[in-house]
Design a protein around this ligand. Structure first.
Ligand SMILES: Nc1ncnc2c1ncn2[C@@H]1O[C@H](COP(=O)(O)OP(=O)(O)OP(=O)(O)O)[C@@H](O)[C@H]1O
Length: 292
C-alpha cells in the first residue's frame, strides 16, 4: 500500500500496475460544448482514502460522473481495479454517496429500502430480495449505526443520519470504490468523526474512497492522498506532498481566506474556504489542528 510509485502521475505509472482508480488523460465535454475536464490524470491505489479538492466548478462532480459512467470521456481512459468503467459498473464495484441537495427527501421511502437499492445490481428484473440481500442490508445498517432507524422514512432523518444511510447503501452493494460527494456538509463534529472512523475501517478492507470536500482542515487527518482539481489535475499524490501552500494557492487562487499569525519559524498561515481552516506552518507543512 502507498508505494512511492503511486505518487507518480498516471501517465508515468507502469502499464502493468493495477490501481484502485486510474484516470489517464481524461477530457470531458458536455453537450453544450463546455469542456469541464481537460487531460486529467491521476492514480489511487487500493486501500486509500483520497480527497478530491477544488473550487466550485473545478470539475469534481464531472469527474465523479465520468467514474460512474454518466458522462463519457471524449478522450482518455478511466479504469477501476484494472477494468474499464462499464465492466466495473456491471460488477457493482462503484457506489456513489450523493450530496444532500441531489436527493428528493419528500419521496416516501424507508431507510431499509434505500439501503436495499444497493442490492439491485445483484437481483433479477423482478427485484425480489433474497435472504442474502436482507442480511447484507442488516449488516450495512448495523455498521453505520442506523439499525434502529430502518423503518423510518428517509425524509424524517437528520442530515448526518441521511449520509450514514447512503453510506450503508454503498456497503450493502459491497462496492470497492466509493465516491462521496461532500459527506461532511451539514454534519456535526461527532458524526463527522464517526464517518471518518468508518471510512478508515473500509480502507483497511482495501477499498478506495474518493471524497469530494471543501473541508481543507480535516483532509490531512484522514486522507492519505489528495487530488487537486482545476479543470485538470494540478497535483495528485500523498496528501503530505500535495498539500503545500503553493499548490493550494494555485488551486484556490484568491478564493481562500488567508491570514498569517506569528513570525519566523512560529509563523502559521490559515487557508480556508469553509468553516474548518487548514493551518500551514512556516515550512509549508500542515499544522495539527487542536479541537476546541
Ligand atoms: N450538464 C452540464 N452541462 C454543461 N456544463 C456543465 C454541466 N454540468 C456541469 N457543467 C459545467 O462544468 C464545470 C464543472 O462543473 P462541476 O459540477 O463538475 O464542478 P464541481 O467542482 O463539482 O463544482 P461544485 O464544487 O460547485 O460542486 C462548471 O463550469 C459547470 O458549469
Amino acid at each position: 500500500m502507498n508505494a512511492p510509485a503511486f505518487a507518480r502521475s498516471a501517465a508515468h505509472a507502469p502499464p502493468e500496475a493495477v490501481d484502485g482508480v486510474r484516470v489517464a488523460n481524461v477530457t470531458v465535454t458536455y453537450r453544450n460544448g463546455h469542456t469541464a475536464l481537460i487531460d486529467a490524470s491521476f492514480a489511487i491505489p487500493t486501500g486509500t482514502i483520497a480527497a478530491l479538492v477544488g473550487v466550485n466548478g473545478s470539475g469534481k462532480s464531472t469527474l465523479f460522473k465520468a467514474i460512474m459512467g454518466f458522462v463519457r470521456a471524449a478522450r482518455g481512459e478511466i479504469s477501476i481495479l484494472g477494468l474499464p468503467v462499464p465492466a466495473a459498473l456491471k460488477r457493482n464495484l462503484v457506489a456513489y454517496v450523493p450530496q444532500s441537495e441531489e436527493v428528493d427527501w419528500t419521496f416516501p421511502v424507508l431507510v431499509e429500502d434505500v439501503v436495499m437499492m444497493g442490492r439491485y445490481g445483484r437481483m433479477n428484473f423482478l427485484r425480489l430480495p433474497r435472504a442474502a440481500d436482507h442480511d447484507a442490508v442488516a449488516a450495512a445498517l448495523d455498521r453505520v449505526g442506523m439499525t434502529d432507524f430502518r423503518t423510518r422514512q428517509i425524509g424524517e432523518l437528520s442530515g448526518g443520519q441521511r449520509k450514514r444511510v447512503f453510506l450503508a447503501r454503498a456497503l450493502a452493494q459491497d462496492a470497492r470504490v466509493i465516491l462521496l460527494d461532500e459527506p461532511f456538509t451539514g454534519v456535526d463534529v461527532k458524526t463527522e468523526e464517526a464517518i471518518i472512523e468508518l471510512l478508515r475501517g473500509l480502507r483497511a478492507e482495501g477499498r478506495v474512497m474518493l471524497v469530494s470536500t471543501h473541508d481543507l482542515g480535516s483532509i490531512p487527518e484522514f486522507c492519505d492522498r489528495t487530488v487537486l482539481l482545476k479543470r485538470t489535475v494540478l497535483a495528485s499524490g500523498l496528501t503530505s506532498d500535495v498539500f503545500t501552500r503553493e499548490n493550494l494557492e494555485r488551486a484556490f487562487g484568491g478564493v481562500l481566506r488567508h491570514m498569517t499569525f506569528g513570525s519566523g519559524d512560529g509563523e502559521v498561515a490559515m487557508l480556508s474556504d469553509e468553516e474548518r481552516p487548514l493551518l500551514l506552518k512556516a515550512d509549508g507543512e500542515p499544522a495539527k489542528r487542536t479541537e476546541t
